[in-house]
Design a protein around this ligand. Structure first.
Ligand code: HEC
Ligand code: HEC
Length: 350
Protein backbone atom coordinates (compact mmCIF):
# COMPACT_ATOMS: atom_id res chain seq x y z
CA UNK A 1 0.00 0.00 0.00
CA UNK A 2 1.39 3.35 -0.97
CA UNK A 3 1.76 6.14 1.48
CA UNK A 4 -0.70 8.00 -0.63
CA UNK A 5 -3.33 5.29 -0.28
CA UNK A 6 -2.76 5.06 3.46
CA UNK A 7 -3.17 8.79 3.68
CA UNK A 8 -6.39 8.84 1.69
CA UNK A 9 -7.86 5.92 3.73
CA UNK A 10 -6.87 7.76 6.89
CA UNK A 11 -8.48 10.89 5.51
CA UNK A 12 -11.69 9.00 4.61
CA UNK A 13 -11.74 7.46 8.09
CA UNK A 14 -11.21 10.89 9.58
CA UNK A 15 -14.13 12.29 7.59
CA UNK A 16 -16.42 9.36 8.50
CA UNK A 17 -15.45 9.63 12.16
CA UNK A 18 -16.01 13.36 12.06
CA UNK A 19 -19.44 12.85 10.55
CA UNK A 20 -20.26 10.24 13.18
CA UNK A 21 -19.20 12.57 15.93
CA UNK A 22 -21.29 15.31 14.34
CA UNK A 23 -24.36 13.06 14.01
CA UNK A 24 -24.12 11.87 17.59
CA UNK A 25 -23.68 15.41 18.77
CA UNK A 26 -26.56 16.61 16.69
CA UNK A 27 -28.85 13.85 17.93
CA UNK A 28 -28.26 14.71 21.53
CA UNK A 29 -28.83 18.32 20.63
CA UNK A 30 -32.18 17.31 19.10
CA UNK A 31 -32.96 15.49 22.33
CA UNK A 32 -32.30 18.57 24.40
CA UNK A 33 -34.44 20.60 22.04
CA UNK A 34 -37.26 18.11 22.60
CA UNK A 35 -36.85 18.21 26.34
CA UNK A 36 -36.75 21.98 26.24
CA UNK A 37 -39.86 22.26 24.13
CA UNK A 38 -41.73 19.81 26.38
CA UNK A 39 -40.70 21.88 29.38
CA UNK A 40 -41.69 25.10 27.66
CA UNK A 41 -45.05 23.66 26.64
CA UNK A 42 -45.67 22.35 30.18
CA UNK A 43 -44.90 25.78 31.59
CA UNK A 44 -47.34 27.46 29.22
CA UNK A 45 -49.84 24.77 30.21
CA UNK A 46 -49.32 25.51 33.91
CA UNK A 47 -49.90 29.16 33.17
CA UNK A 48 -53.22 28.30 31.54
CA UNK A 49 -54.18 25.78 34.21
CA UNK A 50 -53.85 28.29 37.07
CA UNK A 51 -56.56 30.75 36.08
CA UNK A 52 -58.76 28.39 34.02
CA UNK A 53 -58.84 24.99 35.68
CA UNK A 54 -57.76 25.37 39.29
CA UNK A 55 -61.12 26.71 40.52
CA UNK A 56 -62.64 23.30 39.88
CA UNK A 57 -59.71 20.88 39.90
CA UNK A 58 -57.68 22.49 42.68
CA UNK A 59 -54.52 24.56 42.23
CA UNK A 60 -52.42 21.41 42.57
CA UNK A 61 -54.76 19.25 40.54
CA UNK A 62 -55.89 17.61 43.78
CA UNK A 63 -59.57 17.80 42.81
CA UNK A 64 -62.38 20.04 44.11
CA UNK A 65 -65.60 20.49 42.16
CA UNK A 66 -64.05 18.36 39.40
CA UNK A 67 -61.99 15.18 39.90
CA UNK A 68 -58.27 15.04 40.76
CA UNK A 69 -56.02 15.34 37.70
CA UNK A 70 -52.67 14.84 39.45
CA UNK A 71 -52.96 11.07 39.02
CA UNK A 72 -49.62 9.25 38.89
CA UNK A 73 -50.73 7.04 36.00
CA UNK A 74 -51.32 10.23 34.01
CA UNK A 75 -47.74 11.36 34.54
CA UNK A 76 -44.89 10.51 32.16
CA UNK A 77 -42.39 8.28 33.91
CA UNK A 78 -44.98 6.26 35.77
CA UNK A 79 -44.84 2.55 34.74
CA UNK A 80 -48.60 2.59 34.07
CA UNK A 81 -48.46 5.77 31.97
CA UNK A 82 -49.63 5.11 28.42
CA UNK A 83 -48.97 8.30 26.49
CA UNK A 84 -51.41 7.67 23.69
CA UNK A 85 -54.48 6.66 25.66
CA UNK A 86 -53.92 9.21 28.45
CA UNK A 87 -53.48 12.21 26.16
CA UNK A 88 -56.39 11.14 23.96
CA UNK A 89 -58.66 10.86 26.99
CA UNK A 90 -57.65 14.25 28.39
CA UNK A 91 -57.83 15.88 24.95
CA UNK A 92 -61.43 14.72 24.47
CA UNK A 93 -62.55 15.79 27.93
CA UNK A 94 -60.90 19.19 27.69
CA UNK A 95 -61.86 20.00 24.11
CA UNK A 96 -65.50 19.16 24.29
CA UNK A 97 -66.28 19.31 28.01
CA UNK A 98 -67.82 16.49 29.94
CA UNK A 99 -71.20 15.68 31.35
CA UNK A 100 -71.18 15.08 35.08
CA UNK A 101 -73.60 12.91 37.04
CA UNK A 102 -73.41 15.47 39.85
CA UNK A 103 -76.42 17.75 39.59
CA UNK A 104 -75.73 21.21 38.33
CA UNK A 105 -72.07 20.62 37.54
CA UNK A 106 -70.30 20.21 34.24
CA UNK A 107 -66.81 20.32 32.82
CA UNK A 108 -66.88 23.24 30.38
CA UNK A 109 -65.84 22.81 26.75
CA UNK A 110 -62.49 24.54 26.27
CA UNK A 111 -61.85 24.18 22.56
CA UNK A 112 -62.70 27.06 20.25
CA UNK A 113 -64.29 24.37 18.05
CA UNK A 114 -66.91 23.91 20.76
CA UNK A 115 -67.38 27.50 21.74
CA UNK A 116 -64.63 27.47 24.37
CA UNK A 117 -61.81 29.97 24.84
CA UNK A 118 -58.67 27.90 24.02
CA UNK A 119 -57.06 27.04 20.68
CA UNK A 120 -55.59 23.60 19.92
CA UNK A 121 -52.05 24.64 20.69
CA UNK A 122 -53.08 25.92 24.11
CA UNK A 123 -54.99 22.72 24.82
CA UNK A 124 -51.89 20.67 23.89
CA UNK A 125 -49.86 22.81 26.31
CA UNK A 126 -52.34 22.08 29.10
CA UNK A 127 -52.15 18.34 28.28
CA UNK A 128 -48.34 18.47 28.32
CA UNK A 129 -48.56 20.20 31.66
CA UNK A 130 -50.88 17.55 33.13
CA UNK A 131 -48.70 14.70 31.83
CA UNK A 132 -45.22 16.21 32.27
CA UNK A 133 -45.53 19.25 34.50
CA UNK A 134 -44.90 20.10 38.10
CA UNK A 135 -48.10 20.50 40.11
CA UNK A 136 -46.58 23.29 42.18
CA UNK A 137 -46.41 25.46 39.05
CA UNK A 138 -50.03 26.60 38.59
CA UNK A 139 -50.01 28.07 42.10
CA UNK A 140 -47.59 30.65 40.77
CA UNK A 141 -50.11 31.62 38.14
CA UNK A 142 -53.22 31.37 40.26
CA UNK A 143 -53.96 34.86 41.34
CA UNK A 144 -55.29 34.36 44.84
CA UNK A 145 -58.72 35.93 44.64
CA UNK A 146 -58.19 39.34 46.07
CA UNK A 147 -60.29 38.89 49.19
CA UNK A 148 -58.75 41.88 50.84
CA UNK A 149 -60.02 44.22 48.18
CA UNK A 150 -63.12 46.06 49.23
CA UNK A 151 -66.28 44.37 48.18
CA UNK A 152 -68.92 47.01 47.75
CA UNK A 153 -70.91 48.00 50.83
CA UNK A 154 -74.60 48.66 50.47
CA UNK A 155 -77.30 50.28 52.55
CA UNK A 156 -80.00 47.74 51.78
CA UNK A 157 -78.40 45.41 54.32
CA UNK A 158 -79.85 47.26 57.26
CA UNK A 159 -83.36 47.20 55.88
CA UNK A 160 -83.28 43.47 55.20
CA UNK A 161 -81.90 42.65 58.61
CA UNK A 162 -83.29 45.23 60.99
CA UNK A 163 -81.15 44.74 64.03
CA UNK A 164 -82.09 47.84 66.01
CA UNK A 165 -85.50 48.61 67.43
CA UNK A 166 -85.72 51.74 65.27
CA UNK A 167 -85.04 49.72 62.12
CA UNK A 168 -87.72 47.16 62.96
CA UNK A 169 -90.22 49.93 63.78
CA UNK A 170 -89.45 51.80 60.55
CA UNK A 171 -90.05 48.68 58.46
CA UNK A 172 -93.27 47.85 60.28
CA UNK A 173 -94.73 51.37 59.92
CA UNK A 174 -93.46 52.85 56.68
CA UNK A 175 -96.37 55.33 56.51
CA UNK A 176 -95.85 56.65 60.02
CA UNK A 177 -92.05 56.98 59.82
CA UNK A 178 -91.68 58.03 56.18
CA UNK A 179 -89.96 54.90 54.76
CA UNK A 180 -87.07 55.93 52.48
CA UNK A 181 -87.57 59.69 52.80
CA UNK A 182 -88.48 60.52 56.39
CA UNK A 183 -88.96 64.12 57.42
CA UNK A 184 -87.01 65.36 60.42
CA UNK A 185 -90.22 65.18 62.48
CA UNK A 186 -90.65 61.55 61.51
CA UNK A 187 -87.03 60.83 62.44
CA UNK A 188 -87.51 62.39 65.84
CA UNK A 189 -90.73 60.47 66.36
CA UNK A 190 -89.04 57.19 65.36
CA UNK A 191 -86.15 57.74 67.77
CA UNK A 192 -88.58 58.54 70.61
CA UNK A 193 -90.79 55.52 69.93
CA UNK A 194 -87.75 53.24 69.74
CA UNK A 195 -86.56 54.55 73.09
CA UNK A 196 -89.94 53.72 74.63
CA UNK A 197 -89.84 50.18 73.13
CA UNK A 198 -86.33 49.60 74.40
CA UNK A 199 -87.17 50.82 77.87
CA UNK A 200 -90.18 48.49 78.02
CA UNK A 201 -88.22 45.72 76.23
CA UNK A 202 -91.36 45.23 74.19
CA UNK A 203 -92.05 42.95 71.22
CA UNK A 204 -90.27 45.13 68.69
CA UNK A 205 -87.19 45.25 70.89
CA UNK A 206 -87.26 41.44 71.29
CA UNK A 207 -87.56 40.99 67.54
CA UNK A 208 -84.62 43.29 66.87
CA UNK A 209 -82.51 41.43 69.42
CA UNK A 210 -83.43 38.06 67.90
CA UNK A 211 -82.52 39.28 64.42
CA UNK A 212 -79.29 40.68 65.70
CA UNK A 213 -78.28 37.45 67.42
CA UNK A 214 -79.09 35.28 64.40
CA UNK A 215 -77.26 37.59 62.08
CA UNK A 216 -74.32 37.92 64.44
CA UNK A 217 -73.82 34.15 64.19
CA UNK A 218 -73.96 34.15 60.39
CA UNK A 219 -71.44 36.98 60.35
CA UNK A 220 -68.89 35.03 62.37
CA UNK A 221 -69.75 36.70 65.69
CA UNK A 222 -69.57 40.25 64.36
CA UNK A 223 -71.90 43.12 65.21
CA UNK A 224 -74.53 43.48 62.48
CA UNK A 225 -75.26 47.02 63.70
CA UNK A 226 -71.73 48.12 62.87
CA UNK A 227 -71.47 48.54 59.09
CA UNK A 228 -67.73 47.82 58.94
CA UNK A 229 -68.04 44.65 61.03
CA UNK A 230 -71.12 43.64 59.08
CA UNK A 231 -69.25 43.93 55.78
CA UNK A 232 -66.23 42.03 57.13
CA UNK A 233 -68.51 39.21 58.25
CA UNK A 234 -70.24 39.11 54.90
CA UNK A 235 -66.94 39.08 53.07
CA UNK A 236 -65.82 36.12 55.12
CA UNK A 237 -69.11 34.29 54.56
CA UNK A 238 -68.99 34.78 50.80
CA UNK A 239 -65.35 33.77 50.77
CA UNK A 240 -65.79 30.59 52.82
CA UNK A 241 -68.68 29.52 50.61
CA UNK A 242 -66.30 29.68 47.63
CA UNK A 243 -68.26 32.24 45.61
CA UNK A 244 -65.15 34.32 44.95
CA UNK A 245 -63.38 31.40 43.27
CA UNK A 246 -65.64 32.01 40.31
CA UNK A 247 -67.22 35.44 40.71
CA UNK A 248 -66.10 39.01 41.05
CA UNK A 249 -67.53 41.50 43.52
CA UNK A 250 -66.13 44.96 43.01
CA UNK A 251 -62.42 44.58 42.52
CA UNK A 252 -62.31 41.28 44.45
CA UNK A 253 -62.60 37.76 43.07
CA UNK A 254 -62.13 36.10 39.69
CA UNK A 255 -63.70 35.94 36.26
CA UNK A 256 -64.94 32.39 35.61
CA UNK A 257 -68.59 33.17 36.38
CA UNK A 258 -70.52 36.39 35.79
CA UNK A 259 -69.43 39.52 37.66
CA UNK A 260 -71.85 39.99 40.56
CA UNK A 261 -71.05 43.63 41.28
CA UNK A 262 -74.33 44.83 39.80
CA UNK A 263 -76.28 41.60 40.03
CA UNK A 264 -79.07 43.27 42.03
CA UNK A 265 -79.96 45.33 38.98
CA UNK A 266 -80.68 42.26 36.84
CA UNK A 267 -81.83 39.54 39.26
CA UNK A 268 -84.59 39.55 41.87
CA UNK A 269 -83.95 38.45 45.40
CA UNK A 270 -86.17 35.36 44.98
CA UNK A 271 -84.46 34.34 41.73
CA UNK A 272 -81.06 34.52 43.37
CA UNK A 273 -82.22 32.57 46.39
CA UNK A 274 -83.56 29.74 44.21
CA UNK A 275 -80.51 29.82 41.97
CA UNK A 276 -77.97 29.62 44.77
CA UNK A 277 -79.99 26.93 46.54
CA UNK A 278 -79.88 24.65 43.51
CA UNK A 279 -78.65 26.08 40.19
CA UNK A 280 -79.65 22.98 38.24
CA UNK A 281 -83.28 23.35 39.38
CA UNK A 282 -83.57 26.70 37.61
CA UNK A 283 -84.88 26.08 34.09
CA UNK A 284 -82.41 26.95 31.35
CA UNK A 285 -85.00 29.32 29.89
CA UNK A 286 -84.98 31.23 33.18
CA UNK A 287 -81.21 31.73 33.18
CA UNK A 288 -78.65 33.85 31.45
CA UNK A 289 -77.13 32.79 28.13
CA UNK A 290 -74.64 30.57 29.87
CA UNK A 291 -75.38 27.21 28.29
CA UNK A 292 -72.46 26.02 26.17
CA UNK A 293 -72.91 27.48 22.66
CA UNK A 294 -72.22 24.24 20.82
CA UNK A 295 -74.94 22.58 22.83
CA UNK A 296 -77.43 25.20 21.70
CA UNK A 297 -76.45 25.04 18.04
CA UNK A 298 -76.64 21.28 17.99
CA UNK A 299 -79.98 21.55 19.75
CA UNK A 300 -79.18 18.62 21.99
CA UNK A 301 -81.22 17.66 25.00
CA UNK A 302 -80.01 14.10 25.42
CA UNK A 303 -76.42 14.71 26.36
CA UNK A 304 -76.96 17.22 29.17
CA UNK A 305 -80.19 16.16 30.86
CA UNK A 306 -79.28 18.28 33.90
CA UNK A 307 -79.19 21.54 31.92
CA UNK A 308 -75.52 22.23 32.36
CA UNK A 309 -74.31 24.99 34.58
CA UNK A 310 -70.82 25.47 35.93
CA UNK A 311 -72.17 26.86 39.15
CA UNK A 312 -72.16 24.14 41.80
CA UNK A 313 -74.76 23.60 44.50
CA UNK A 314 -73.06 24.97 47.61
CA UNK A 315 -74.17 23.73 51.00
CA UNK A 316 -75.22 26.36 53.53
CA UNK A 317 -78.01 27.19 55.94
CA UNK A 318 -81.10 29.06 54.76
CA UNK A 319 -80.09 32.08 56.76
CA UNK A 320 -76.58 32.11 55.35
CA UNK A 321 -78.07 31.95 51.86
CA UNK A 322 -80.57 34.69 52.69
CA UNK A 323 -77.82 36.89 54.09
CA UNK A 324 -75.77 36.54 50.90
CA UNK A 325 -78.85 37.10 48.72
CA UNK A 326 -79.87 40.22 50.67
CA UNK A 327 -76.42 41.61 50.16
CA UNK A 328 -76.39 40.77 46.43
CA UNK A 329 -79.89 42.22 46.01
CA UNK A 330 -78.59 45.55 47.19
CA UNK A 331 -75.79 45.61 44.62
CA UNK A 332 -77.21 47.75 41.88
CA UNK A 333 -74.37 49.81 40.51
CA UNK A 334 -70.67 49.21 40.09
CA UNK A 335 -68.67 51.49 42.33
CA UNK A 336 -65.29 49.78 41.84
CA UNK A 337 -63.33 48.46 38.86
CA UNK A 338 -63.75 44.76 38.08
CA UNK A 339 -60.75 42.39 38.19
CA UNK A 340 -59.16 41.74 34.80
CA UNK A 341 -59.18 38.28 33.20
CA UNK A 342 -55.81 36.55 33.52
CA UNK A 343 -53.47 37.45 30.68
CA UNK A 344 -51.00 34.69 29.83
CA UNK A 345 -47.57 34.98 28.28
CA UNK A 346 -49.02 33.21 25.29
CA UNK A 347 -51.58 35.95 24.81
CA UNK A 348 -48.81 38.45 25.03
CA UNK A 349 -46.61 36.74 22.45
CA UNK A 350 -49.35 36.10 19.91
C1 HEC B 1 -66.47 24.74 36.30
C2 HEC B 1 -65.65 23.69 36.78
C3 HEC B 1 -64.55 23.12 35.91
C4 HEC B 1 -63.53 23.81 35.28
C5 HEC B 1 -63.29 25.30 35.29
C6 HEC B 1 -62.71 22.81 34.65
N1 HEC B 1 -63.23 21.57 34.88
FE1 HEC B 1 -62.45 19.82 34.22
N2 HEC B 1 -64.02 18.82 35.03
C7 HEC B 1 -65.01 19.39 35.80
C8 HEC B 1 -65.91 18.35 36.23
C9 HEC B 1 -67.15 18.54 37.12
C10 HEC B 1 -65.43 17.15 35.70
C11 HEC B 1 -66.00 15.77 35.89
C12 HEC B 1 -67.05 15.46 34.89
C13 HEC B 1 -67.54 14.08 35.22
O1 HEC B 1 -68.17 13.92 36.26
O2 HEC B 1 -67.21 13.18 34.46
C14 HEC B 1 -64.24 17.48 34.95
C15 HEC B 1 -63.47 16.56 34.26
C16 HEC B 1 -62.25 16.82 33.70
C17 HEC B 1 -61.37 15.85 33.11
C18 HEC B 1 -61.67 14.37 33.01
C19 HEC B 1 -61.26 13.75 34.30
C20 HEC B 1 -61.81 12.36 34.48
O3 HEC B 1 -61.16 11.61 35.22
O4 HEC B 1 -62.88 12.05 33.94
C21 HEC B 1 -60.24 16.49 32.69
C22 HEC B 1 -59.02 15.88 32.03
C23 HEC B 1 -60.42 17.89 33.00
N3 HEC B 1 -61.65 18.05 33.62
C24 HEC B 1 -59.50 18.86 32.73
C25 HEC B 1 -59.74 20.21 32.90
C26 HEC B 1 -58.84 21.25 32.43
C27 HEC B 1 -57.51 21.02 31.76
C28 HEC B 1 -59.43 22.43 32.73
C29 HEC B 1 -58.94 23.82 32.40
C30 HEC B 1 -58.64 24.09 31.02
C31 HEC B 1 -60.69 22.14 33.42
N4 HEC B 1 -60.84 20.80 33.48
C32 HEC B 1 -61.56 23.10 33.91
C33 HEC B 1 -65.15 20.71 36.12
C34 HEC B 1 -64.34 21.71 35.64
C1 HEC C 1 -67.30 26.88 40.27
C2 HEC C 1 -67.67 28.19 39.97
C3 HEC C 1 -68.77 28.90 40.76
C4 HEC C 1 -68.89 29.03 42.12
C5 HEC C 1 -68.03 28.42 43.22
C6 HEC C 1 -70.04 29.87 42.36
N1 HEC C 1 -70.59 30.23 41.15
FE1 HEC C 1 -72.20 31.45 40.88
N2 HEC C 1 -72.11 31.11 38.88
C7 HEC C 1 -71.12 30.41 38.23
C8 HEC C 1 -71.38 30.44 36.81
C9 HEC C 1 -70.53 29.79 35.73
C10 HEC C 1 -72.56 31.18 36.62
C11 HEC C 1 -73.25 31.49 35.30
C12 HEC C 1 -74.52 30.74 35.16
C13 HEC C 1 -74.43 29.32 34.60
O1 HEC C 1 -73.47 28.61 34.80
O2 HEC C 1 -75.37 28.88 33.97
C14 HEC C 1 -72.99 31.60 37.95
C15 HEC C 1 -74.10 32.40 38.19
C16 HEC C 1 -74.39 32.99 39.40
C17 HEC C 1 -75.41 33.97 39.63
C18 HEC C 1 -76.32 34.57 38.56
C19 HEC C 1 -75.58 35.72 37.96
C20 HEC C 1 -76.30 36.35 36.81
O3 HEC C 1 -75.87 37.39 36.36
O4 HEC C 1 -77.28 35.78 36.35
C21 HEC C 1 -75.38 34.29 40.95
C22 HEC C 1 -76.28 35.29 41.67
C23 HEC C 1 -74.35 33.50 41.56
N3 HEC C 1 -73.77 32.72 40.59
C24 HEC C 1 -74.02 33.55 42.90
C25 HEC C 1 -73.08 32.72 43.50
C26 HEC C 1 -72.84 32.66 44.93
C27 HEC C 1 -73.56 33.51 45.96
C28 HEC C 1 -71.87 31.72 45.13
C29 HEC C 1 -71.31 31.25 46.44
C30 HEC C 1 -72.27 30.74 47.39
C31 HEC C 1 -71.49 31.20 43.81
N4 HEC C 1 -72.24 31.83 42.87
C32 HEC C 1 -70.50 30.26 43.60
C33 HEC C 1 -70.07 29.77 38.80
C34 HEC C 1 -69.85 29.65 40.16
Amino acid sequence: MSTRMILSVAFALFVVLGMLVYIINDNSRADTTNVNSTQASALLGAELFGPNCSQCHGPKGEGAIGPALNRSDWHAGDPKYDENSVTTFIRNAVRRGQYSPQPGIAMPAWSKDYGGPLNNEEIEDVITFITHGNWEEPLTYTAAPNYLADIPANDVLKKQYPSTTAEVLAIKNPQKYGADAPTSDQKTLLAADAKVEDAAKGAVYQEAEKNKEALRKVLGNRDPGNPAEHLTGLKQLIQTKGCMNCHALGSAGTTLGPNLTEVGSRRSSQWMYDWIKDPSAVAASNRGPNVQPWFKTENRTDFWPMQPTFMPTIKMTDQERQTIVDYLTGLKSAAVAAPQPQATQQDATK
